[in-house]
Design a binder for this molecule. Structure first.
Ligand SMILES: *Cc1c(COP(=O)(O)O)cnc(C)c1O
Length: 367
């Protein structure tokens, strides 16, 4: 478990800063939910961006029952190997140089091919051993991937290449988080159309598709956000999907005071007190990864109650409304975690949980 500093949770007197920890067992629980939803597919757990801020190596250790892992960059795959991870690994961005390709081959890491330059690099490459290649097809997202027309040419070239071991076929959804969006089925149909002539194993589904598009599961599913206990759907809470919060983001209450009616709180005086208001100062700010764009009334959790944020979030602190709340200096405030879904904070901050989790992980320097 990664903690932000060496101060133990029980040691209130010494607890001055925000801290992040991982709820034990939650990653494994959420992986089990993936298996329940996609019982006929293998699971490639996506642990890019430092496992969405949760710490690459600790997340990998807790997701040990996944069949394989995906990361974005070659460096992340090498860090996993150095950390002792011997699972099948896929680098989603693929390689941008022959040196990288040779290193990944040496460590038995698979690569995505999504552009001509990556095919060129493989052809005739002298590698420590052949690599598995995941050919990425653009079925309508128009981010990365070769066009449907290019599939047969690329596929044949890869199959003929001695530097290539197995070939897999993959694609990615643009709108899977919107159940019923017409592009979802169009993408699936296109993927089926351009891949069904080949015996290669196929992969398409991210978290949202795992939960809502069972005909997109194919051989391997690629969950990310649901593993971390956040819902991919704006209108469906994670708890309803049976998911458990993994990241626990907490900070101590530093001070309690009353701000008189008519006075304002924080930078820009954004929040103005209508009545005399009992205000709490919390030791978490945007330097800790709490979103500066959180709106007034974004909830935090304290002693079983929800307290609204008041005014702008500062670098190392924020203020909350303690009206009617039983609170004392040193109490544990939950910014998000078991008691309060990160998705709610994200919605109040006009962003998505993906961004909040990544930022909090960077701020806490989890490794
Ligand atoms: C990030 C990513 C995923 C995981 O997406 P979630 O929405 O977090 O489940 C799957 N596949 C690819 C290619 C990705 O880049």
């Amino acid at each position: 478990m990664a903690l932000k500093d060496s101060v133990k949770p029980g040691n209130r007197a010494g607890w001055r800063r925000a801290r992040i920890s991982l709820n034990p067992g939650a990653l494994a629980h959420n992986l089990e939910k993936v298996r329940e939803n996609a019982p006929h597919s293998q699971v490639m757990a996506v642990i890019k961006a430092n496992a969405y801020g949760h710490g690459l190596l600790s997340a990998a250790a807790q997701l040990d029952s996944a069949d394989m892992f995906a990361v974005a960059m070659p460096g992340e795959a090498l860090a996993l190997r150095q950390g002792g991870c011997d699972k099948p690994l896929l680098v989603l961005h693929g390689c941008s140089s022959l040196t990288e390709l040779q290193q990944l081959s040496e460590h038995g890491v698979s690569v995505v091919v999504h552009q001509q330059a990556q095919l060129d690099m493989l052809q005739g490459a002298e590698l420590p051993g052949p690599v598995d290649v995941w050919l990425k097809v653009d079925t309508g997202m128009h981010r990365a991937g070769i066009s449907p027309q290019q599939v047969s040419g690329f596929y044949k070239a890869l199959k003929a290449e001695p530097a290539v071991a197995s070939v897999f076929l993959m694609s990615h959804f643009a709108n899977a988080d919107e159940v019923g969006n017409a592009l979802n089925n169009k993408q699936i149909e296109m993927f089926v159309k351009v891949t069904s002539n080949y015996s290669a194993r196929r992969s398409m589904a991210n978290s949202a598709a795992i939960l809502s598009l069972s005909h997109s599961h194919f051989d391997i599913v690629r969950p990310g956000i649901m593993l971390y206990g956040s819902s991919p759907f704006a209108d469906c809470p994670a708890a309803e999907l049976g998911l458990e919060a993994v990241m626990q983001f907490e900070a101590p209450l530093l001070e309690i005071k009353t701000v008189p009616a008519g006075e304002s709180i924080g930078y820009g005086s954004r929040y103005r007190c209508e009545v005399d208001t009992r205000v709490g100062l919390v030791a978490a700010g945007y330097a800790d990864g709490y979103p500066r764009h959180a709106g007034d009334r974004t909830p935090v959790w304290l002693n079983g109650q929800r307290c609204p944020l008041l005014g702008r979030v500062s670098m190392d602190s924020l203020c909350i409304d303690l009206t009617g709340v039983d609170a004392a200096v040193g109490d544990r405030v939950v910014l998000w975690g078991r008691e309060l879904p990160v998705d709610e904070v994200a919605q109040m901050s006009e962003t998505i949980a993906y961004e909040l989790l990544c930022h909090a992980g960077v701020a806490a320097d989890i490794l």
